[in-house]
Design a protein around this ligand. Structure first.
Ligand code: AMP
Length: 483
């Protein structure tokens, strides 16, 4: 690099990485309101918050999220952790000699360990796998069942950025996990009813949340994708596969590939030219086994009992084996093609797949970025919050009083702007206006000497004098009136 180029590089401005963005005020006020509403609504349904690490062992996602999904590993942010060989050697020495090892056994185990640790970490592309990992790690099957958890935070996927699709995006999600007691296995009819009621309650919680944040045009779609038993989904997939082969030449490259890797996912296709063919494919709900069919009927009944409106969408699928029965999605207006604000479903096999006991699970993830976009598009975003009081002060004595006044007003919950240096009153009032302040508190040496402070209402220019305690009283009363 030439010296000139190096200098230029040194002075280069930085930008946020493609697909990531800064969230700025006043937008962040809306983000906070949405998250606060989630905390409030979810806790009324008995959910507790879980805070998870942002990265996990890559293997956790490989085993759960897998490769042939929308969130497949080509989209992961994977990195190596510097290897702490000393630590590995120490741990192995502490573990003592392996009595079953042959000449190379210990060495092999050590190398395996090294390989496992080198193969690295991944920024979480979603949080369900982490919640299940935590359920197992903390023996939550010993807690009263089912365990109801929710989380809020960023996820990372290397997707092609566009409106409503980012590489760092935020999800608000919830999971209900319940270990399957051996005695419950016999009584499937009871279990089916119980599970459907849990699914319906999770969906009801979502709708309650969306109502409370004021999401416009929210539509709930539901479906059942059966289970992974021979008389259910695999049977349907066989049928689907045969039908797909018949229309293979009409499909685009992605769907063609999926016929062999994951035929269910063809139903997800948004490609216009494929729609008329896909519409004629057989429906999974016609091929469900009696238990899954009963579960689906029960789910609809439970939703109706809760006054939750839905429509059925037979093309709503999940591509992984451990997903079963209930799947659902919520779309909202103002989002263009990326209009799904929430996806969810039942995943009874996942905890077991990650090395835990047989456990049932259902959950959802709300795309917070899209939810916020939709709220903004429909004019639900709060306007920039101006200051309540701008303190216009002049003079040494007024400075000390202004500091005290700011402290007292802030303590009483008012937002206060206290300029760090004195300003001419005219300039100060202009500044107060710019900041959208409701009042200017005018403190000059006269006001301080008299003990009477001037409060100017900026909207109409009216002025009144108050003693210190009267002022607080007056502001409190007028805040109550306006809120
Ligand atoms: P998923 O975890 O793929 O089921 O997604 C759940 C929800 O997260 C979707 O309905 C979207 O609202 C949101 N979402 C998924 N991927 C992205 C992304 N790259 N950018 C913004 N939101 C996303």
């Amino acid at each position: 690099m030439s010296e000139g180029a190096a200098k230029k590089e040194e002075r280069r401005k930085f930008q946020a990485i493609k697909g990531t963005r800064d969230l700025l005020p006043p937008d962040t006020a809306l983000w906070n309101r949405v998250e606060q509403t989630a905390h409030e609504v979810f806790s009324t349904f008995g959910f507790g918050e879980i805070r998870l690490p942002l990265f996990e062992e890559t293997e956790l996602f490989r085993r759960s999220v897998g490769a042939e999904t929308d969130v497949g590993k080509e989209m992961w942010y994977t990195f190596q952790d510097p290897l702490d060989l000393e630590q590995i050697i120490k741990e192995r020495q502490e573990a003592g000699p392996n009595p079953y090892a042959d000449k190379y056994g210990d060495l092999r185990a050590a190398l395996f360990e090294v390989q496992r640790r080198v193969q690295a970490l991944t920024l979480r592309p979603e949080a369900t796998a982490s919640v299940c990992r935590a359920y197992i790690e903390h023996n939550m099957e010993q807690w009263p069942q089912p365990v109801k958890l929710y989380y809020v935070g960023p996820m990372f996927r290397r997707e092609r950025p566009q409106k409503g699709r980012y590489r760092q995006f935020y999800q608000i999600g919830a999971e209900v996990l319940g270990v399957v007691r051996p005695e419950a296995k016999q009584d499937w009819e009871k279990e089916v009813g119980k599970d459907a009621a849990i699914d319906a309650e999770v969906i009801e919680m979502l709708i309650t949340f969306f109502d409370k944040v004021g999401l416009q045009g929210a539509e709930l779609s539901i479906n059942s994708i059966g289970h992974n038993g021979p008389d259910c989904r695999p049977h349907y997939i066989g049928k689907l596969y045969n039908e797909l082969l018949k229309i293979e030449d009409k499909l685009g490259p992605d769907s063609k590939r999926r016929i062999r890797t994951n035929p269910l996912r063809v139903l997800d296709s948004k490609l216009e030219s494929e729609q008329s063919y896909i519409e004629k494919l057989p429906h999974i709900t016609d091929s469900l086994c009696p238990a899954c069919s009963a579960h689906y009927a029960e789910l609809k009944h439970e939703l109706a009992l809760r006054g939750v409106r839905y429509h059925e969408n037979w093309r709503l699928v999940r591509g992984l084996d451990y997903y079963m029965r209930t799947t659902f999605e919520i779309t909202a207006q103002g989002l263009g093609s990326q209009n799904a604000v929430c996806g969810g479903g039942r995943y009874d096999g996942l905890v077991e797949l990650l090395g835990g006991p047989p456990t049932k699970g259902i959950g959802f993830a709300i795309g917070e970025d899209r939810l916020i976009l939709s709220l903004q598009e429909s004019g639900k975003a709060p306007a920039q919050q101006g200051r309540d009081v701008y303190i216009a002060w002049m003079g040494e004595r007024a400075h000390a009083t202004a500091i005290r006044a700011a402290k007292d007003l802030r303590k009483a919950g008012f937002s206060v702007e206290l300029p760090p240096v004195e300003q001419k009153f005219g300039k100060a009032l202009g500044q107060a206006d710019k900041l959208g302040a409701k009042y200017a508190l005018i403190l000059g040496d006269n006001e301080v000497a008299e003990g009477l402070w001037t409060l100017k209402t900026l909207a109409d220019g009216s002025q009144a004098k108050f003693t210190e305690p009267d002022l607080l009283d007056h502001l409190r009363k007028s805040k109550r009136v306006s809120s």
